[in-house]
Design a protein. Structure first.
Length: 367
């Protein structure tokens, strides 16, 4: 489970000259084999989770094809090689050369990581990709992770999550106080600010926690994933919008020493495959959610409803307080947050005026 990229020595060339054609062929074959890259790639989400977990295997397949089989990323399901919340550590410490995960699980060690994974009231998928590729985001990303011996590559982002599954409808801010709620990342800190009792549980435990009353509500992912996990069976109120994660981004974490051991062509293959992965994930996620949302309501008896403005306004105020507190504690958090906010403000006029209003009818009203 290591980089098997070798260095051809002058001694090998001399040996080939002595042993003749057969030796030359043998040495060339050995050198070609040494130039191949075989890396394990543990994931934080199961590959069965549509648009969230199935992007990594798709990227691995593209890497294999683009490299002519000389670069292979071996996909490992969550927990099969590395626990899903420990991928950053495993890559940083060189236990594995690569891993694929949501960025933010490591916020205890890298506070600004949570801003790259998802920021409450932040950038939507297309805006986020624009900020990463053309707004200075990628440069900040590399700066943030270099001290941890990690080279992260933006490798997937998906449509907004829902605000969550609730066992009762939220009609006022008072109902949030004392709410037993599962949340991860910055959204969890915001929910605590408005009075919720927040816990972090793995996705596999959420159904049972809702069923047994351990939780009153949970956020997890977008409709396709939530349907696969069956939350609609134990919670009948589906609140939107996904204020806490307007986009959810995943990254290919690469050990920096392993990355530096690749040649430029190999690095380009990984970068290009991940850029394709971003496009693939955005398109797939957007394509599937409408049908699932309709199915929740028409077949499963779910009430899908937006949170009241009063609640959203309180959450936005609490979010600003969290950002200010985290910025005061960590300079890189402040730097990344200010960069995202500046891009969002600059882009807002175009985003709101350049596109039709979201409540604009698909077809003109019947006369």
């Amino acid at each position: 489970m290591h980089v098997t990229k070798g260095i051809r020595s002058a001694g090998a060339c001399a040996f080939a000259a002595v042993v003749g054609v057969g030796g030359v062929l043998a040495a060339a074959t050995a050198a070609d084999a040494a130039d191949r890259v075989r890396w394990p790639m543990p994931m934080s989400f199961a590959s069965t989770l549509t648009a969230l977990g199935d992007t990594a295997p798709w990227v691995a397949e593209q890497v294999d094809k683009m490299s002519g089989g000389t670069i292979k990323l071996e996909v490992f399901e969550p927990g099969k090689l590395v626990p899903p919340l420990e991928i950053f550590d495993a890559v940083s410490e060189g236990k594995v050369e690569s891993g694929y995960a949501w960025m933010g699980y490591e916020q205890g060690k890298v506070p600004a990581s949570a801003l790259f994974g998802a920021r409450p009231f932040g950038l939507e998928p297309d805006q986020y990709a624009a900020w990463i590729y053309f707004g200075g985001g990628d440069e900040l990303l590399k700066e943030l992770y270099k001290p941890h011996n990690v080279h992260p590559i933006f490798c997937g982002t998906i449509a907004p999550e829902a605000a969550g599954w609730f066992t009762f409808e939220i009609e006022s801010l008072d109902q949030v106080k004392g709410l037993k709620f599962r949340a991860a990342g910055l959204g969890g800190k915001v929910m605590e600010k408005v009075g919720a009792s927040v816990t972090v549980l793995p996705g596999g435990e959420l159904y049972q926690a809702l069923e047994k009353g351990v939780l009153d509500a949970t956020e997890f992912s977008l409709p396709t994933v939530d349907e696969q996990l069956g939350f609609y069976k134990v919670a009948k109120f589906y609140h939107l919008p996904g204020w806490h994660q307007p986009s959810t981004s995943q990254f290919l974490y690469v050990n920096l020493d392993a990355w530096n051991g690749l040649d430029e062509q190999q690095q380009t293959v990984l970068n290009t495959a991940c850029m394709a992965g971003v496009t693939h994930a955005i398109a797939k996620a957007e394509a599937l959610q409408g049908a699932v949302l309709n199915r929740f309501q028409e077949e499963h008896g779910v009430k899908a409803v937006q949170l009241p403005d009063e609640v959203l306004e309180a959450l936005q105020v609490a979010s600003a307080e969290v950002f200010a507190e985290e910025s005061a504690k960590d300079e890189m958090f402040k730097k990344v947050y200010e960069s995202q906010l500046a891009f969002q403000k600059e882009n807002k006029g175009w985003h709101s005026m350049g596109y039709l209003p979201r409540d604009w009818p698909v077809e003109p009203p019947a006369k």
